[in-house]
Design a protein around this ligand. Structure first.
Ligand code: LLP
Length: 389
């Protein structure tokens, strides 16, 4: 991970001093660098499309802001949606229905009807869902999410592909479910698996691709030809200063090699959320209180787990800096904590930082993925602003 530039002791973000952004828009505020967002999209697209026809379906659960979706629509992105709300937001941002795929879990009939009424393809997650969909809309193209029995992720809470997972068609039922769908008269387009979120190694993606390609070939022998493989999302990003990025070319070359060597599949879909949006965005929060509590020193800020829940929920690490004392030497270790009435409300533990004072602008890095989208009104606090530069 790379650090930001400094000008006159102030951190610069997207060409602006973070103090100016905080003054102008108030805090807490999520700030996104549009150029970085576009670069991330292009890096990923270029890495895969040099080998195979690739479609990116941005997993908009990571951030559904209309401004961000509109930028990605301009780049040619499709959308991975998990709810009718996400489908409607994507349509509003100008993404055509044929570029949206709905991958829900535990989906109600009402939601399936609403999604298919919009002409959006369904990635079916269970046998129950298939049978119910057959009564609602048999004309909509479908694919299946399978459980690859391969899992990866930054926390157990976000591993999705393991054996016994609540997600996908269990491996033992996959073939008969495709055969059943064919018998029901569905237009079956593809196969999908997601292993989990925030993994930092390439191998699990290759292991899952082996499972997908074997299944594609088994289905072909039964006369079921698929158009695409969807490898889901999950590409991790570094959150710590000394961490390296996953080697995208190794990932793309490895995955596409397995597809092209073993199958007739000509199209790959990928569903990155975190990779696209994470490091394009920081959270600015103002120091409102400073406390020396004997065994601990606290920097009290105006963002809590209502604004960014990842540290409290997954013990996720987010790098923090004091934006108006950028580059100044650290004086002690601090807890960065918010206004929520729970002791689990923190943004960062035990961080070496310069002497804090009320009014400082604390910058939380890598806040783009699952930051704003998981924020809440807890303690009756309003959602904060999002700004795109
Ligand atoms: N596709 C499917 C089917 C998924 O379930 C997910 C994420 C993605 C794509 C996108 O994964 P990504 O590329 O962003 O890793 N709230 C958690 C992450 C939950 C991810 C759930 N599924 C966090 O803050 O880390």
């Amino acid at each position: 991970m790379k650090d930001y530039e400094s000008k006159n002791g102030v951190m610069m973000f997207a060409g602006m001093p973070v103090t100016d952004i905080a003054d102008r828009f108030g805090t807490p505020v999520y700030v996104t660098d549009e150029q970085r967002l576009r670069e991330n999209y292009r890096n990923l697209y270029n890495a895969f499309s040099q080998y195979i026809d690739t479609k990116i379906h941005y997993a908009c659960k990571a951030n559904t802001s209309l401004a961000i979706l509109s930028v990605l629509a301009q780049e040619g992105s499709g959308i991975d949606a998990v709810s009718i709300g996400e489908v409607m937001t994507a349509l509003k941002a100008g993404i055509p229905p044929e570029d949206i795929m709905y991958t829900g879990v535990n989906v109600s009939d009402a939601e399936m009807k609403a999604v298919t009424d919009q002409g959006v393809m369904i990635n079916v997650d269970s046998v129950s869902q298939l049978e119910r969909l057959a009564k609602i809309n048999k004309k909509i193209p479908i694919s299946f999410r399978i459980t690859p029995e391969v899992g990866s992720g930054h926390s157990d809470k976000v591993v999705t592909g393991k054996k016994g997972s609540k997600f996908g068609i269990p491996k033992a039922d996959v073939i008969k479910t495709y055969v059943r769908a064919k018998k029901l008269g569905f237009d079956i387009k593809g196969i999908h698996a997601d292993i989990g979120s925030g993994g930092q190694t390439v191998q699990p993606f290759l292991d899952a691709m082996d499972v997908l390609t074997d299944t594609v070939n088994e289905l072909k022998e039964l006369g079921i030809d698929l158009e695409f493989i969807d490898m889901g999302g999950g590409i991790g990003v570094p959150y710590k200063m000394n961490e390296d990025e996953m080697d995208l070319n190794e990932l793309a070359a490895g995955v596409t090699d397995i597809i092209l060597e073993n199958t007739d599949i000509k199209k790959l879909i990928i569903e990155p959320g975190r990779y696209i949006i994470c490091d394009s965005t920081v959270l600015l929060t103002r120091c409102v209180d400073v406390k020396d509590a004997d065994t601990k020193k606290y920097i009290g800020v105006d963002a809590g787990f209502n604004t960014l829940i990842r540290p409290a929920m997954y013990d996720s690490y987010h790098y923090v800096a004091i934006g108006n004392k950028f580059g100044k030497a650290a004086t002690a270790k601090y807890e960065v904590v918010g206004p929520i009435c729970e002791s689990g409300d923190y943004l960062a533990h035990d961080r070496a930082l310069p002497d804090p004072s009320e009014g400082d602008v604390v910058v939380v890095y890598n806040a783009g993925a699952y930051g704003f989208s998981m924020s809440s009104n807890y303690n009756s606090r309003p959602l904060c602003r999002e700004v795109l530069i």
